[in-house]
Write a protein that binds this ligand. Sequence first.
Ligand SMILES: [Zn+2]
Length: 102
Amino acid sequence: MGVNLLQYNKFKIYYLRINKYSMGCSNNKKPYYLESEAQEALIRSNIRFVKAAVNYYVCDQCSEYHLTSKGETNLLLNDLSIKERINKERQLQDWSESFGRR
Ligand SMILES: [Zn+2]
């Protein structure tokens, strides 16, 4: 069962990549193969940008995840530990940026 699932996932990734090359994605957004990658990118977006992405979605063109700044805010961003991480890394980033300018 586990092996079959692994084979299925490999096939799925292979298929999606073929699909992407043949169809492409017109919105030029960065694709994420895995939901966990999209979540991480969403968090990083909120660390880096004031007008950050609020959610991610599965693209109907390339079948991968993209970030979006429209619509409902993902529950992940309301998670207390995630909020703490964003605030903490923002402060670190501000510090390193002002340090780098000197
Ligand atoms: Zn797409």
